[in-house]
Design a binder for this molecule. Sequence first.
Ligand SMILES: Cc1ncc(COP(=O)(O)O)c(C=O)c1O
Length: 485
Amino acid sequence: MEHLYGKLSGYAEGDIYPYHMPGHKRRSWGELPEAMYRMDITEIEDFDNLHQPEGILLKLQREAARLYGAEESHYLVNGSTCGILSAVSSAIPFGGHILMARNCHKSAYHAAYLRHLKVSYLYSDCLAAYGIWDAVKPEQVRRALEAAEDIRAVLIVSPTYEGRIADVSEIAGIVHAKGIPLIVDEAHGAHLGLAEGFPKNSCQAGADLVIHSVHKTLPALTQTALLHVNGDLVDRDRLRRFLRIYQSSSPSYLLMAGIDNALEYVRRQGKTAFGQFLQRYEKMTEVLKGCRCLQILSGSRREQDVGKLVVSPGRSGITGKRLSDILLNEYHLQTEMSSKNFVLAMFTLNDGEEAYRRMTEALLEIDDRLSERNAGEIFSRGRTGYAAYQGQDFTEDGKLISLWKAWDMEGEEVALESSIGKYAAEFVNLYPPGVPLLAPGERMTEGLYREILEDLEAGLTVQGIRVEAGKERLPRGIFIKMIHA
Ligand SMILES: Cc1ncc(COP(=O)(O)O)c(C=O)c1O
């Protein structure tokens, strides 16, 4: 089969002169390598068009569908973000009702805003030791669907950012019994269902729309993603319309060649590479279970994703952020993210033995050091996790304020301490993972207020608030935009 990367490098070696965009004219400018520019083309003769694919891109998308077990797949160059925007927009009519997990990525909230959706949330359980959301359970979906007749689609996240996996097959059955589509944000699961030993992906499990960030867990360039379609509950023309709206009209061929390249790597070497990945990862987690202080989030492969190593500092008294600083500064290991309660390190097909050895040795050594110290001496960990915001009210004068309405309302900046009881005018996100702590129209609670202070104190990035740094260690002023009462 013809591949985009081969076609691009063949073209780069030829003598055709570009009287067209991009403006770099396939020549290197500045410091970036020449090879990148030589392959960066636009929709020229014989290279097809992502928005109306008829040639090589259509073939590659069909191959992607075959690989994942979907009826139709779309290459995405604006990340899973544009896949989620398109999926939600096409599956639910303007102003319709969506049932979505409260731990959805911010792009799901943005879709609800743009399409004026009524939103009901699925609040999954909190894994208290780590302060993270578990995946949504089938029973929660069943109950929520029984409680509201007018829901037009369900959106869940699996695996979650921290690797929690939902029982998508059972959830799909429950959702389909209502005659509505299930959308799965599987941004963190592009590696699922491709080899023995890994759980099914959500296409194989019966979801209607599935979004994969190829760049997150497979060897592909940042921004690359896929959107898969199954069944007839979603109008595919509408879906293509929204993809045209949310995707660039100049999709990068470098990015698309990167998707092709990653999927071909899986086809050719996946069996060996996935096998090794599984074996190395499980060996590491087995050894780390012996830690006296640090705790590793575990579970069966159907519950906890292979590759997402979530480490809690346990009873050591240090924060997850402090643990990640130690890993970076003393061991030169850069983790994916850290919160008050844990550190998240990611492993993929592309990690060799060294990645596992260095992380294992570092954590074992840190565990020894921590076990010998007095608990609580470096930082005292917060009591709340980012599940502290469950069960918010959404009412004003007894009426529900929709997210989209609240985000367009007049807001005023107030000191964080006087925001308790008021409604948010902006999103407040802990970044990463980009799941809103507070969405527009949600009420600030005492618990959430303390959570934000603790996050800031732990050195985490909280988006949507303004901090005026003071002279002392603690910030002098923290401000947040709340709806003008
Ligand atoms: C659960 C989840 N969904 C979607 C996204 C968006 O993915 P992308 O960065 O590919 O747009 C993210 C990004 O971190 C995510 O964590």
